[in-house]
Design a protein around this ligand. Structure first.
Ligand code: X8Z
Ligand code: ZN
Length: 629
């Protein structure tokens, strides 16, 4: 490697001359292009190896959470960071000359010249790595006691608490589950968070950004426009969300009474079937518009048919194959972890793994046999296909076109898994009827996961950006979190909060230090993908009322699969706007019109239904929910 560095350094001196071109500048047998190619070939190969080693250690840790495995992961991470730092240092040599190289080589060098947290000095980097890993450990090992049996204290988020939130409708128990999870997770993480913020910002500054929030945002483009684009798309969707909120609030008032659910206030966050009230589809059965009409929630049918996690993955595999994508490799089936083992602690948040060696791909998921689980299976398998499609690219190009692409693709596939047509094809929905009321039921179910998610997807990083840039100060962290939850989501805590609590830390991505904006962007993007793929599959026609967007299922469409493949194959070798154009044709920007179009029949119905019931649309805080210190 020293030889490459020396050659590149020499080139730096030569190429500084104005008008220099890489092809006509030669030094012995090397041109600038050759020097860059040699450097990148070696660096990419080393990167893949370091990534494989780290991923292997992380896999051991995630599938067996022990202190020893946690430490082994940290060793792997330190090695990977050493590779990043060394590659970054070596890439500096090409700093002044990268513009003379081909766009492909220049782009690879650009990726190598950003170091993120790896830029921290050695001691701070070790401290940062240790902090993150301790936060994750606290989160993943958090346990709570049973509401009725206080001596049984081994309840974990997945599956125990998730199940209680889903199935129980005793207000006090729901409130208890909600509070105790936060006591055992977020609250314990709070003492570690100030230093985490400090070190994150230190890294951001070394990278030339004001704060970590700015660094995170830069991955969507460096022109600083993206936050505004997101805001614009988000605002487009607020009217739909408000209608949905008003409708759900009325339905919940019927269940829990006006003493718990008011007419004009926010909804208590413990009643929405999800620990963070980020998606409300788990309480669909309580808010179903036409309860006597068939349900699209096929959970019962899955249980009736004796579904297993393995069977759920088979369905997903067949779906991809039907669009002309390859089958999952044998190693996937042998090495994945798709059921929660009972003999050890595992981290249960579903994830898809790329071992960076072009052959080893796995999913790690405590699969729950229900409809949501099925959608998550399609989501995760979507990630695996993306990994496989871009595996031929140099290591630095192996990734989604932007962070949201991976999620958008996964979610789009999860959404397809939930369409009536698809469920019917796979034998989970016995009859497929044309019926407006069934259609409203279906769209409401979908909206409870997609539309409802928008404000949450927005606020997690909106809050973190302001924590990183110190607009929100530590003594106000939790109360500010609630201010935003109330304003944006229209939900309130069921029990009073203080600054001894740390409710953001009760969410995986905050505890794990993982950016979240991508999930909001992906929710918008996936409908853009959907509209474009449905057009290609001939399943949707904007001028034909018999082919609306929400009825489209792209299963079996080779045309849709081919477009998806073409986009996935690009990895991050091109700007994300260009990758988006590969699927959508012309539009290369974030656009909320597709999601609005998908839900248009539901929106009209909600406006009508809320008006019929005289339901107030919107909310206002109806108390003080959090006391600052
Ligand atoms: O974390 C995830 C996926 C893994 S990539 C299951 N999601 C976010 C969350 O759970 O908070 C998907 C939806 C948003
Ligand atoms: Zn995902």
């Amino acid at each position: 490697m020293a030889a490459v560095r020396a050659v590149a350094l020499l080139w730096l001196l030569v190429v500084m001359a104005p008008g220099a071109r890489p092809e006509n500048l030669r030094l012995g047998r090397y041109s600038l292009t050759e020097a860059a190619e040699t450097f990148l070939r070696q660096t990419n190969a080393e990167g893949s190896r370091a990534c494989t080693r780290l991923t292997q250690a992380m896999w051991e840790h995630y599938t067996n959470v022990t202190e020893q495995n946690r430490r082994a992961t940290e060793v792997g991470r330190a090695r990977f960071q050493a590779w990043e730092k060394e590659a970054w240092q070596r890439a500096q040599v090409f700093k002044e000359t990268a513009h003379l190289l081909s766009p492909d080589l220049a782009r690879q060098l650009k990726f190598l010249s950003v170091l993120r947290t790896g830029a921290l000095p050695k001691r701070e980097l070790e401290e940062y790595t240790e902090l993150r890993s301790r936060m994750m450990h606290l989160y993943s090992t958090a346990k709570t006691c049973d509401f009725r049996n206080q001596t049984q204290c081994d309840l974990s988020l997945s599956p125990d608490l998730n199940m209680r939130l889903r199935t129980c409708n005793n207000y006090d128990e729901l409130s208890y589950v909600w509070r105790t999870w936060r006591d055992s997770s977020g609250k314990r993480i709070r003492p570690l968070y100030p230093r985490y913020v400090e070190l994150s910002n230190m890294a951001a500054k070394i990278n030339g950004f004001e704060s970590m929030g700015d660094l995170w945002l830069s991955s969507f483009g460096e022109d600083g426009r993206f936050a505004q684009d997101v805001n614009r798309a988000y605002q487009q969707l607020v009217p739909l969300y408000r209608q949905l909120h008003a409708y759900v609030r009325r339905k919940l008032r019927e269940v829990y009474g006006p003493e718990h659910v008011s007419f004009r206030g926010p909804i208590p966050a413990n009643l929405l079937g999800n620990m963070w009230a980020q998606q409300w589809d788990e309480i669909y059965f309580l808010v179903k518009p036409y309860p006597r009409k068939e349900s699209i929630d096929v959970t019962k049918e899955m249980i009736l048919q004796g579904f297993t996690p393995h069977r759920m993955f088979e369905l997903a595999d067949n779906f991809f194959v039907s669009m002309g994508l390859p089958r999952l490799p044998a190693s996937f089936w042998n090495d994945s972890l798709i059921e929660k083992p009972l003999d050890r602690e595992v981290l249960c948040h579903a994830s898809a793994w790329d071992f960076c060696n072009g052959k080893d791909y796995r999913i790690h998921m405590c699969t729950e046999v229900n409809m949501k689980g099925l959608q998550t299976v399609y989501h995760e398998v979507g990630h695996i296909h993306y990994y496989m499609q871009y595996a031929h690219l140099p290591f630095v190009f192996q990734g989604g076109a932007n962070e949201a692409f991976h999620e958008a693709l996964g979610d789009l596939l999860g959404m397809i898994a939930g369409t009536p047509t698809h469920l019917h094809r796979v034998g989970l929905l016995p009859k497929l009827k044309e019926d407006q009321e069934i259609e409203t039921n279906y769209l409401l179910h979908m909206a409870l996961s997609k539309v409802v998610f928008l404000p949450f997807g927005y606020l997690v990083d909106y809050w973190r950006w302001d924590v990183f840039n110190d607009k929100v100060r530590e003594p106000d962290w939790n109360c500010n979190w609630w201010k935003r939850r109330v304003e944006l989501q229209g939900v309130k805590p069921p029990v009073h909060r203080t600054e001894a609590d740390f409710d953001p830390g009760a969410k995986y991505h905050v505890a794990a230090g993982k950016p979240y904006l991508k999930y909001l962007v992906s929710t918008v993007l996936q409908f853009q993908f959907h509209r474009a793929l449905c057009l290609k599959a001939g399943q949707y026609n904007p001028t034909d009322p018999t082919k609306p967007l929400h009825k489209c299922d792209i299963t079996d469409s080779i045309a849709a699969g081919t477009a998806l493949k073409a986009m996935m194959k690009l990895g991050r070798s091109v700007d994300w706007r260009e990758a988006l154009r590969v699927v959508t044709g012309s539009e290369g920007k974030l656009d909320a019109s597709a999601i609005r179009e998908f839900f248009r029949p539901l929106e009209l119905w909600l406006v009508w239904d809320n008006a019929m019931h005289g339901e107030h649309v919107g909310w206002k805080a109806d108390g003080q929910y959090c006391t600052p210190t």
